[in-house]
Design a protein around this ligand. Structure first.
Ligand code: 5GP
Ligand code: ZN
Length: 113
């Protein structure tokens, strides 16, 4: 828990979050400013700043995040239509909240060509 981290505050229940999943190691909640009809953030409960800060010990939680992304995509009904999984890494990569999170983005209506 990092006192000044908004995602730690959401995980601790100090700030409102629209959760779609929680277990001992991972949480997922809706992005407050969605970039697509489905926009979910999947996070480790432990505070990790970014992909650059991952260590060998984090292998299980990273694996859990991807498996959970797959499950949530299925629950949201976008598994077959498709989606993006994105990590923004540090400022130059578009990261603004420095608590590791995986964006699950999808649900666009595509015209078939
Ligand atoms: P980043 O640019 O760091 O990869 O993504 C941060 C994401 O967190 C953005 O998509 C932004 O809309 C979202 N976000 C920022 N603050 C909050 C918040 O307090 N609650 C929720 N649910 N999402 C947030
Ligand atoms: Zn944090």
């Amino acid at each position: 828990m990092e006192k000044d981290c908004i995602f730690c505050q959401i995980i601790q229940g100090e700030k409102q979050g629209d959760f779609v999943y929680q277990d001992n190691s991972v949480v997922a909640f809706k992005d407050q400013n969605p970039q697509a009809p489905v926009h979910i953030l999947i996070l480790p409960k432990n505070h990790i700043r970014s992909i650059n800060d991952l260590s060998e010990n984090d292998r299980p939680v990273i694996s859990e995040m991807f498996l959970r992304a797959k499950e949530i995509a299925s629950e949201m009904g976008i598994a077959q239509s498709g989606y993006k999984l994105v990590f923004n890494v540090e400022r130059g990569g578009g990261q603004y909240v420095f608590h590791l999170h995986l964006h699950l983005i999808g649900g666009w209506q595509r015209k078939e060509s």
